[in-house]
Design a protein around this ligand. Structure first.
Ligand SMILES: [Zn+2]
Length: 366
Protein backbone atom coordinates (compact mmCIF):
# COMPACT_ATOMS: atom_id res chain seq x y z
CA UNK A 1 0.00 0.00 0.00
CA UNK A 2 1.32 3.43 -0.89
CA UNK A 3 2.19 5.96 1.77
CA UNK A 4 -0.40 8.62 2.46
CA UNK A 5 0.22 12.21 3.45
CA UNK A 6 -2.37 12.09 6.18
CA UNK A 7 -4.92 10.04 7.97
CA UNK A 8 -7.63 11.89 6.04
CA UNK A 9 -6.11 10.89 2.70
CA UNK A 10 -5.93 7.27 3.82
CA UNK A 11 -9.52 7.19 5.01
CA UNK A 12 -10.63 8.96 1.83
CA UNK A 13 -9.12 6.24 -0.28
CA UNK A 14 -10.94 3.56 1.69
CA UNK A 15 -14.18 5.52 1.61
CA UNK A 16 -13.82 5.88 -2.17
CA UNK A 17 -13.30 2.17 -2.56
CA UNK A 18 -16.34 1.35 -0.49
CA UNK A 19 -18.50 3.77 -2.48
CA UNK A 20 -17.26 2.11 -5.64
CA UNK A 21 -18.19 -1.27 -4.25
CA UNK A 22 -21.69 -0.02 -3.45
CA UNK A 23 -22.17 1.35 -6.93
CA UNK A 24 -20.63 -1.44 -8.94
CA UNK A 25 -22.56 -4.56 -9.82
CA UNK A 26 -20.37 -6.88 -7.84
CA UNK A 27 -21.18 -9.60 -5.42
CA UNK A 28 -20.72 -9.87 -1.71
CA UNK A 29 -17.80 -12.26 -2.13
CA UNK A 30 -15.81 -9.63 -4.00
CA UNK A 31 -16.52 -6.98 -1.38
CA UNK A 32 -15.31 -9.27 1.34
CA UNK A 33 -12.16 -10.00 -0.64
CA UNK A 34 -11.32 -6.32 -1.15
CA UNK A 35 -12.08 -5.34 2.43
CA UNK A 36 -10.11 -8.27 3.79
CA UNK A 37 -7.16 -7.19 1.69
CA UNK A 38 -7.33 -3.68 3.11
CA UNK A 39 -7.53 -5.06 6.62
CA UNK A 40 -4.56 -7.35 5.99
CA UNK A 41 -2.47 -4.44 4.71
CA UNK A 42 -3.31 -2.49 7.83
CA UNK A 43 -2.24 -5.36 10.08
CA UNK A 44 1.05 -5.72 8.23
CA UNK A 45 1.68 -1.99 8.46
CA UNK A 46 0.92 -2.06 12.16
CA UNK A 47 3.13 -5.04 12.73
CA UNK A 48 6.10 -3.58 10.85
CA UNK A 49 5.52 -0.06 12.14
CA UNK A 50 5.91 1.19 8.55
CA UNK A 51 4.02 3.69 6.49
CA UNK A 52 1.63 5.88 8.41
CA UNK A 53 1.66 6.44 12.11
CA UNK A 54 0.17 3.58 14.10
CA UNK A 55 -2.97 5.47 15.13
CA UNK A 56 -3.93 6.13 11.50
CA UNK A 57 -3.83 2.43 10.79
CA UNK A 58 -5.92 1.52 13.77
CA UNK A 59 -8.48 4.15 12.81
CA UNK A 60 -8.56 2.88 9.24
CA UNK A 61 -8.90 -0.70 10.39
CA UNK A 62 -11.81 0.10 12.68
CA UNK A 63 -13.46 2.00 9.84
CA UNK A 64 -12.99 -0.91 7.44
CA UNK A 65 -14.30 -3.47 9.92
CA UNK A 66 -17.35 -1.38 10.79
CA UNK A 67 -18.19 -0.93 7.12
CA UNK A 68 -17.63 -4.62 6.52
CA UNK A 69 -20.03 -5.68 9.23
CA UNK A 70 -22.62 -3.16 8.16
CA UNK A 71 -22.50 -4.53 4.62
CA UNK A 72 -22.62 -8.19 5.50
CA UNK A 73 -26.22 -8.44 6.73
CA UNK A 74 -27.50 -6.67 3.60
CA UNK A 75 -25.37 -8.70 1.24
CA UNK A 76 -25.98 -12.15 2.63
CA UNK A 77 -29.43 -12.03 4.21
CA UNK A 78 -31.35 -11.04 1.10
CA UNK A 79 -28.49 -12.16 -1.12
CA UNK A 80 -28.70 -8.62 -2.45
CA UNK A 81 -29.90 -9.06 -6.03
CA UNK A 82 -28.86 -6.05 -8.04
CA UNK A 83 -31.39 -4.39 -10.35
CA UNK A 84 -31.47 -6.39 -13.55
CA UNK A 85 -29.70 -4.65 -16.39
CA UNK A 86 -32.25 -3.64 -19.03
CA UNK A 87 -32.21 -1.80 -22.34
CA UNK A 88 -35.04 0.40 -23.60
CA UNK A 89 -35.50 -1.09 -27.07
CA UNK A 90 -38.45 1.20 -27.87
CA UNK A 91 -40.13 3.98 -25.85
CA UNK A 92 -41.41 2.38 -22.64
CA UNK A 93 -40.26 -1.12 -23.63
CA UNK A 94 -37.43 -2.44 -21.47
CA UNK A 95 -35.68 -5.77 -21.97
CA UNK A 96 -33.01 -7.75 -20.20
CA UNK A 97 -30.99 -9.98 -22.50
CA UNK A 98 -30.46 -13.50 -21.20
CA UNK A 99 -27.21 -15.24 -21.94
CA UNK A 100 -27.01 -18.16 -24.33
CA UNK A 101 -26.47 -21.00 -21.87
CA UNK A 102 -28.25 -23.67 -19.88
CA UNK A 103 -29.56 -22.70 -16.43
CA UNK A 104 -26.56 -22.99 -14.12
CA UNK A 105 -25.36 -21.64 -10.78
CA UNK A 106 -22.92 -19.31 -12.52
CA UNK A 107 -25.71 -17.52 -14.42
CA UNK A 108 -28.39 -17.81 -11.74
CA UNK A 109 -30.81 -19.14 -14.35
CA UNK A 110 -30.90 -15.75 -16.10
CA UNK A 111 -30.83 -17.17 -19.61
CA UNK A 112 -34.13 -15.99 -21.13
CA UNK A 113 -34.95 -12.51 -22.37
CA UNK A 114 -37.38 -10.87 -19.96
CA UNK A 115 -38.89 -7.41 -20.03
CA UNK A 116 -41.58 -4.93 -19.13
CA UNK A 117 -43.78 -2.38 -20.84
CA UNK A 118 -44.75 0.88 -19.16
CA UNK A 119 -48.14 2.46 -19.93
CA UNK A 120 -49.67 5.66 -18.55
CA UNK A 121 -51.22 3.85 -15.58
CA UNK A 122 -49.50 0.53 -15.07
CA UNK A 123 -46.71 -1.82 -16.00
CA UNK A 124 -46.84 -5.27 -17.59
CA UNK A 125 -44.01 -7.72 -17.01
CA UNK A 126 -43.31 -10.26 -19.73
CA UNK A 127 -41.62 -13.32 -18.23
CA UNK A 128 -39.95 -13.23 -14.87
CA UNK A 129 -36.69 -15.13 -15.25
CA UNK A 130 -35.05 -18.26 -13.88
CA UNK A 131 -35.47 -17.77 -10.12
CA UNK A 132 -37.36 -15.72 -7.60
CA UNK A 133 -34.10 -13.89 -7.12
CA UNK A 134 -34.05 -12.85 -10.79
CA UNK A 135 -37.69 -11.79 -10.51
CA UNK A 136 -36.72 -9.56 -7.58
CA UNK A 137 -33.87 -8.08 -9.60
CA UNK A 138 -36.31 -7.38 -12.43
CA UNK A 139 -38.69 -5.68 -9.99
CA UNK A 140 -35.85 -3.47 -8.72
CA UNK A 141 -35.08 -2.51 -12.28
CA UNK A 142 -38.74 -1.64 -12.93
CA UNK A 143 -38.75 0.57 -9.81
CA UNK A 144 -35.71 2.39 -11.14
CA UNK A 145 -37.53 3.25 -14.37
CA UNK A 146 -41.05 4.06 -13.21
CA UNK A 147 -43.18 4.76 -10.14
CA UNK A 148 -46.20 3.08 -11.73
CA UNK A 149 -47.40 -0.23 -10.27
CA UNK A 150 -46.93 -3.62 -11.90
CA UNK A 151 -50.47 -4.84 -12.62
CA UNK A 152 -49.76 -7.67 -15.07
CA UNK A 153 -47.28 -10.51 -15.03
CA UNK A 154 -47.46 -12.39 -18.32
CA UNK A 155 -45.79 -15.76 -18.86
CA UNK A 156 -45.04 -16.71 -22.47
CA UNK A 157 -44.95 -20.46 -21.68
CA UNK A 158 -44.24 -23.11 -19.09
CA UNK A 159 -40.44 -23.29 -19.15
CA UNK A 160 -38.56 -22.54 -15.92
CA UNK A 161 -36.29 -19.81 -17.32
CA UNK A 162 -39.48 -17.82 -18.04
CA UNK A 163 -41.65 -18.51 -14.98
CA UNK A 164 -39.35 -19.16 -12.01
CA UNK A 165 -39.30 -15.46 -11.08
CA UNK A 166 -43.09 -15.19 -10.67
CA UNK A 167 -43.03 -15.41 -6.86
CA UNK A 168 -41.22 -12.06 -6.69
CA UNK A 169 -44.50 -10.42 -7.75
CA UNK A 170 -46.76 -12.11 -5.20
CA UNK A 171 -48.45 -9.99 -2.55
CA UNK A 172 -49.16 -7.18 -4.98
CA UNK A 173 -52.30 -6.27 -6.84
CA UNK A 174 -51.11 -8.24 -9.86
CA UNK A 175 -52.87 -10.46 -12.40
CA UNK A 176 -50.77 -13.41 -13.55
CA UNK A 177 -51.68 -14.13 -17.17
CA UNK A 178 -50.90 -17.12 -19.36
CA UNK A 179 -52.11 -19.47 -22.07
CA UNK A 180 -55.27 -21.39 -21.25
CA UNK A 181 -53.17 -24.58 -21.02
CA UNK A 182 -50.49 -23.01 -18.81
CA UNK A 183 -52.09 -23.90 -15.45
CA UNK A 184 -52.12 -27.62 -16.30
CA UNK A 185 -48.64 -27.51 -17.79
CA UNK A 186 -47.23 -25.80 -14.70
CA UNK A 187 -48.97 -28.21 -12.34
CA UNK A 188 -47.61 -31.19 -14.19
CA UNK A 189 -44.06 -29.95 -14.52
CA UNK A 190 -43.15 -27.35 -11.92
CA UNK A 191 -41.91 -29.67 -9.18
CA UNK A 192 -39.83 -31.60 -11.68
CA UNK A 193 -38.30 -28.36 -13.01
CA UNK A 194 -37.54 -27.22 -9.49
CA UNK A 195 -35.85 -30.49 -8.54
CA UNK A 196 -33.81 -30.59 -11.76
CA UNK A 197 -32.67 -26.99 -11.38
CA UNK A 198 -31.82 -27.40 -7.71
CA UNK A 199 -29.19 -29.82 -8.92
CA UNK A 200 -27.80 -27.52 -11.62
CA UNK A 201 -28.30 -24.10 -9.98
CA UNK A 202 -28.00 -24.84 -6.24
CA UNK A 203 -30.61 -24.58 -3.52
CA UNK A 204 -29.45 -21.13 -2.44
CA UNK A 205 -30.08 -19.47 -5.82
CA UNK A 206 -33.55 -21.00 -5.98
CA UNK A 207 -34.57 -19.95 -2.48
CA UNK A 208 -38.18 -18.73 -2.51
CA UNK A 209 -38.84 -19.96 -6.04
CA UNK A 210 -42.35 -21.40 -5.99
CA UNK A 211 -45.25 -22.37 -8.18
CA UNK A 212 -47.39 -19.37 -9.12
CA UNK A 213 -50.33 -20.24 -11.35
CA UNK A 214 -52.03 -17.84 -13.75
CA UNK A 215 -54.97 -15.99 -12.25
CA UNK A 216 -56.24 -15.23 -15.76
CA UNK A 217 -55.83 -17.19 -18.97
CA UNK A 218 -56.01 -16.53 -22.68
CA UNK A 219 -57.65 -19.07 -25.02
CA UNK A 220 -57.36 -17.06 -28.22
CA UNK A 221 -56.74 -13.31 -28.25
CA UNK A 222 -57.03 -10.82 -25.45
CA UNK A 223 -56.08 -7.17 -25.09
CA UNK A 224 -54.96 -5.49 -21.91
CA UNK A 225 -54.73 -1.75 -21.39
CA UNK A 226 -51.80 -0.25 -19.48
CA UNK A 227 -53.33 3.24 -19.81
CA UNK A 228 -53.19 4.59 -23.35
CA UNK A 229 -51.22 1.53 -24.31
CA UNK A 230 -52.72 -1.72 -25.57
CA UNK A 231 -50.97 -5.06 -25.44
CA UNK A 232 -52.43 -7.83 -27.60
CA UNK A 233 -51.95 -11.29 -26.15
CA UNK A 234 -52.32 -14.28 -28.45
CA UNK A 235 -52.46 -17.94 -27.49
CA UNK A 236 -50.97 -20.34 -30.06
CA UNK A 237 -51.68 -23.96 -30.98
CA UNK A 238 -48.95 -26.45 -29.94
CA UNK A 239 -45.57 -25.27 -31.29
CA UNK A 240 -42.53 -24.65 -29.03
CA UNK A 241 -44.69 -25.95 -26.15
CA UNK A 242 -48.43 -26.40 -25.66
CA UNK A 243 -48.67 -23.07 -23.78
CA UNK A 244 -47.10 -20.48 -26.11
CA UNK A 245 -48.37 -16.92 -25.76
CA UNK A 246 -47.14 -13.84 -27.61
CA UNK A 247 -47.42 -10.22 -26.53
CA UNK A 248 -47.65 -7.40 -29.06
CA UNK A 249 -47.20 -3.79 -28.04
CA UNK A 250 -49.36 -1.91 -30.53
CA UNK A 251 -47.79 1.44 -29.63
CA UNK A 252 -44.25 0.64 -30.74
CA UNK A 253 -44.78 -2.43 -32.93
CA UNK A 254 -42.73 -4.54 -30.54
CA UNK A 255 -43.50 -8.26 -30.47
CA UNK A 256 -42.51 -10.35 -27.46
CA UNK A 257 -42.50 -13.75 -29.13
CA UNK A 258 -41.47 -15.84 -26.14
CA UNK A 259 -39.71 -18.97 -27.34
CA UNK A 260 -41.65 -19.09 -30.60
CA UNK A 261 -38.59 -17.22 -31.87
CA UNK A 262 -35.05 -18.24 -31.03
CA UNK A 263 -32.02 -16.47 -32.47
CA UNK A 264 -28.44 -17.69 -32.05
CA UNK A 265 -29.55 -20.26 -29.42
CA UNK A 266 -30.80 -23.45 -31.17
CA UNK A 267 -34.59 -23.74 -30.82
CA UNK A 268 -35.78 -26.54 -28.55
CA UNK A 269 -38.87 -28.45 -29.64
CA UNK A 270 -41.04 -29.33 -26.67
CA UNK A 271 -44.29 -29.27 -28.61
CA UNK A 272 -44.59 -29.97 -32.32
CA UNK A 273 -42.22 -29.38 -35.22
CA UNK A 274 -45.08 -29.19 -37.73
CA UNK A 275 -47.10 -27.02 -35.37
CA UNK A 276 -44.18 -24.66 -34.97
CA UNK A 277 -43.55 -24.46 -38.71
CA UNK A 278 -47.18 -23.53 -39.16
CA UNK A 279 -47.07 -20.99 -36.32
CA UNK A 280 -44.20 -19.20 -38.07
CA UNK A 281 -46.53 -18.30 -40.94
CA UNK A 282 -49.06 -16.91 -38.49
CA UNK A 283 -46.35 -15.03 -36.63
CA UNK A 284 -44.99 -13.48 -39.82
CA UNK A 285 -48.39 -11.87 -40.41
CA UNK A 286 -48.12 -9.83 -37.19
CA UNK A 287 -47.39 -6.23 -38.22
CA UNK A 288 -44.42 -5.82 -35.88
CA UNK A 289 -41.31 -3.79 -36.57
CA UNK A 290 -39.12 -5.58 -34.09
CA UNK A 291 -39.15 -8.75 -32.06
CA UNK A 292 -37.90 -9.53 -28.60
CA UNK A 293 -37.22 -13.26 -29.00
CA UNK A 294 -37.20 -15.66 -26.08
CA UNK A 295 -33.48 -16.12 -26.58
CA UNK A 296 -31.01 -14.13 -28.68
CA UNK A 297 -30.59 -10.44 -29.63
CA UNK A 298 -33.33 -8.43 -27.91
CA UNK A 299 -34.05 -5.95 -30.68
CA UNK A 300 -34.28 -7.95 -33.88
CA UNK A 301 -35.86 -6.95 -37.20
CA UNK A 302 -39.25 -8.39 -38.04
CA UNK A 303 -40.18 -10.66 -39.72
CA UNK A 304 -36.60 -11.42 -40.86
CA UNK A 305 -35.84 -12.80 -37.38
CA UNK A 306 -37.98 -15.85 -38.18
CA UNK A 307 -35.86 -17.02 -41.08
CA UNK A 308 -32.95 -18.81 -39.33
CA UNK A 309 -35.43 -20.84 -37.32
CA UNK A 310 -37.53 -21.67 -40.38
CA UNK A 311 -34.41 -22.83 -42.21
CA UNK A 312 -33.40 -25.09 -39.31
CA UNK A 313 -36.85 -26.67 -39.04
CA UNK A 314 -37.01 -27.25 -42.80
CA UNK A 315 -33.58 -28.90 -42.79
CA UNK A 316 -34.40 -31.06 -39.79
CA UNK A 317 -37.74 -32.15 -41.26
CA UNK A 318 -36.19 -32.93 -44.66
CA UNK A 319 -33.38 -35.03 -43.15
CA UNK A 320 -35.82 -36.94 -40.97
CA UNK A 321 -38.32 -37.56 -43.76
CA UNK A 322 -35.55 -38.90 -45.98
CA UNK A 323 -34.41 -41.23 -43.18
CA UNK A 324 -37.93 -42.39 -42.38
CA UNK A 325 -38.68 -43.07 -46.06
CA UNK A 326 -35.46 -45.09 -46.33
CA UNK A 327 -36.44 -47.16 -43.28
CA UNK A 328 -33.56 -45.82 -41.15
CA UNK A 329 -34.47 -46.32 -37.47
CA UNK A 330 -34.82 -43.41 -35.04
CA UNK A 331 -31.61 -44.12 -33.11
CA UNK A 332 -29.55 -43.90 -36.31
CA UNK A 333 -31.45 -41.07 -37.98
CA UNK A 334 -31.08 -38.65 -35.08
CA UNK A 335 -27.28 -38.95 -35.23
CA UNK A 336 -27.14 -36.95 -38.46
CA UNK A 337 -30.48 -35.12 -38.89
CA UNK A 338 -30.04 -31.35 -38.91
CA UNK A 339 -26.22 -31.63 -38.87
CA UNK A 340 -25.92 -29.18 -41.79
CA UNK A 341 -27.15 -26.46 -39.41
CA UNK A 342 -24.54 -27.10 -36.72
CA UNK A 343 -22.30 -24.14 -37.59
CA UNK A 344 -25.14 -21.62 -37.42
CA UNK A 345 -26.29 -22.14 -33.85
CA UNK A 346 -25.12 -22.06 -30.27
CA UNK A 347 -25.99 -24.97 -27.93
CA UNK A 348 -26.44 -27.27 -30.95
CA UNK A 349 -25.16 -30.33 -29.08
CA UNK A 350 -27.42 -29.65 -26.11
CA UNK A 351 -30.63 -29.58 -28.15
CA UNK A 352 -30.39 -30.94 -31.69
CA UNK A 353 -30.56 -34.65 -30.98
CA UNK A 354 -33.44 -34.14 -28.58
CA UNK A 355 -35.25 -32.11 -31.25
CA UNK A 356 -34.56 -34.78 -33.86
CA UNK A 357 -35.86 -37.50 -31.57
CA UNK A 358 -39.11 -35.67 -30.85
CA UNK A 359 -39.58 -34.73 -34.51
CA UNK A 360 -38.86 -38.26 -35.80
CA UNK A 361 -41.66 -39.64 -33.66
CA UNK A 362 -43.97 -36.93 -34.99
CA UNK A 363 -43.05 -37.24 -38.69
CA UNK A 364 -43.15 -41.02 -38.63
CA UNK A 365 -46.94 -40.83 -38.57
CA UNK A 366 -47.34 -38.45 -41.52
ZN1 LIG B 1 -38.81 -22.28 -23.66
Amino acid sequence: MTRHASKAAYLNEIRGLITKMHNASIGAAYRVKVITRFAAHSFIAVHNKTGLRLSYHWAALVYVLLTYFSLVPISFAADDPRPLEVKEVAPGVFVHKGINALMLAENGGAIANVGFVVGAQSVAVIDTGGSRRQGEALLKSIEQHTDLPVRWVINTHVHPDHVFGNAAFLGRDVAFVGHVRLPDALQQRFEHYLAANRASMTERLLAGTELVLPTETVADVRQIDLGGRILTLRAWPVAHTDSDLTVFDETTGTLFSGDLVFLEHLPSIDGSLRGWQKALDGLAAIPATRVVPGHGPIDSPWPAAIEPERRYFDALAKDLKTAIDAGIPLATAVQTAGEGERGDWLLFDQFNMRNATAAYAELEWE
